[in-house]
Ligand binder design. Structure first.
Ligand code: GLC
Length: 422
């Protein structure tokens, strides 16, 4: 099996950002945004108390939402580790006696979900990690001098050592999301490029320890898939003529970590449209959830996921195992395709008819997917006259699907069209 086969098939995954910043409850970049010193950030680490973090509930929620995999932050940029690392004191095990990565991988496997890990290349807590333009301490001139005493080679050793721990201690890992590389020089500070991570060696380590595992592109060198963040591409992604495996990672409210007072929320309908849109361009969607300071999924997120899950229960076939088609969709929506089925995801509901150019000779049956109800179809013939009951003016061979006036009460209605096997 090709490394990415399960991934292409799944199409929909859950990102989980959880860490000391969840208790700060004002974005996972809080340390950076507020330029906090290690001492100022420390209370969030010391008070990390995930008493409501329930990996099984999380895994069940992902599954019930129609997701095939989950990706958990093992360590974010603040350096706080959710597993039992022997290489640092800054871990959940030291603070609360729990290896959350262990609980998480066990729960995922129990639910039959693929196991993904996120691991930050950046580490603002490590004494050898040099201050750069992305660092919380970038405003402090004394850090320029102190950088001379920091040794990135030692940090690299730490980074590789921790990746080794994660890839040897937790059984088979299906997916690894490294984050991230910023080689540009800015505001008089250096960035960090692939050389700072010894990216080639790190990727080789991944290949050696987990040969079947997918690795993302944020080591700054090409690997298995590319990662548009918080935007939707407008066509399948192709690089130098080669189609790319891609996954757009998306948030519910713009923040990855729990952000209590941020109400800039996407609706379930918008998120389903984004999912359908991604699949129509041969991509995946990784939808983020930031558990709160106690590790629980916030009720508002739970509600959105439940709505999406209800849509997925009825429309799974239009997403899982589906992908791009060369058919050009009508203005009302996007197509996805799975084998001999074409799915029209209707982002707007037209009056009475939807016209599908070129499908007249190919379609053998049409129905609404959510309730399996048959839809009348007709094909425009040449010379057909318009009258007050028959739409005309469509190109020859256009398939016209006749629709009920009432838009079905689902987030995004989908028409399933069976294609003649040619
Ligand atoms: C980033 C951010 C971040 C988030 C991530 C998800 O580049 O630094 O906080 O974890 O992307 O893709």
């Amino acid at each position: 099996m090709m490394r990415q086969e399960w991934f292409d098939e799944a199409r929909f995954g859950m990102f989980v950002h959880f860490g000391a910043y969840s208790g700060a409850a004002r974005h996972e970049w809080v340390q950076n945004y507020e330029r906090l010193t290690a001492e100022e950030y420390r209370p969030y680490v010391d008070h990390f108390d995930p008493d409501l973090f329930d990996a099984r509930a999380l895994a069940r929620r992902a599954k019930a939402t129609g997701m095939g995999y989950v990706v958990l932050t093992t360590k974010h940029h603040d350096g706080f580790c959710l597993w039992d690392s022997a290489l640092t004191e800054v871990t959940s095990v030291a603070v609360c006696g729990r290896d959350l990565v262990r609980e998480y991988v066990d729960a995922l496997r129990e639910e039959g979900l693929r196991v993904g890990l996120y691991h930050s290349l950046i580490d603002w807590s490590h004494p050898d990690f040099t201050v750069d333009w992305n660092h919380p301490r970038r405003g402090d001139e004394i850090e320029r001098e102190r950088n001379a005493g920091r040794d990135m080679a030692r940090y690299r050793e730490y980074l590789h050592g921790q990746v080794r721990e994660l890839l040897t201690g937790y059984g088979e890992i299906d997916y690894l999301f490294f984050d991230f590389t910023y080689p540009e020089h800015r505001d008089g500070w250096d960035g960090k490029g692939p050389g700072d991570w010894a990216a080639e060696e790190l990727l080789a380590l991944c290949r050696e320890l987990q040969p079947g595992m997918l690795v993302n592109d944020r080591l700054g060198i090409p690997a298995d898939f590319v990662t548009p963040e918080q935007y939707q591409p407008t066509s399948p992604i192709v690089k130098d003529g080669v189609p790319q495996v891609w996954e757009a990672c998306q948030t519910i409210n713009g923040s990855w970590g729990y952000h209590r007072d941020n109400h800039d929320r996407k609706s379930a309908e918008m998120l389903v449209r984004m999912l359908a849109d991604s699949v129509s361009m041969d991509g995946n969607m990784l939808l983020n959830v930031g558990p709160d300071g106690r590790g629980a999924i916030a009720p508002r997120d739970e509600a959105v996921l439940a709505e999406i899950g209800e849509w997925m229960r009825l429309h799974r076939d239009a997403v899982v195992g589906a992908g791009h088609t060369a058919h050009v969709p009508p203005r009302e929506g996007v197509y996805t395709r799975r084998g001999d089925r074409l799915y029209l995801h209707l982002f707007s509901w037209p009056l009475g008819f939807v016209h599908l150019p070129g499908l007249g000779g190919e379609a053998t049956y049409a129905r609404l997917l959510h309730d399996g109800s048959w839809l009348r179809t007709s094909v425009t013939d040449p010379g057909q006259q318009a009258d007050y009951l028959t739409p005309a003016g469509e190109a020859e061979g256009t398939l016209t699907v006749h629709l009920p006036v009432q838009r079905p009460d689902v987030l995004v209605p989908v028409i399933e069209i069976t294609l003649a096997s040619s």
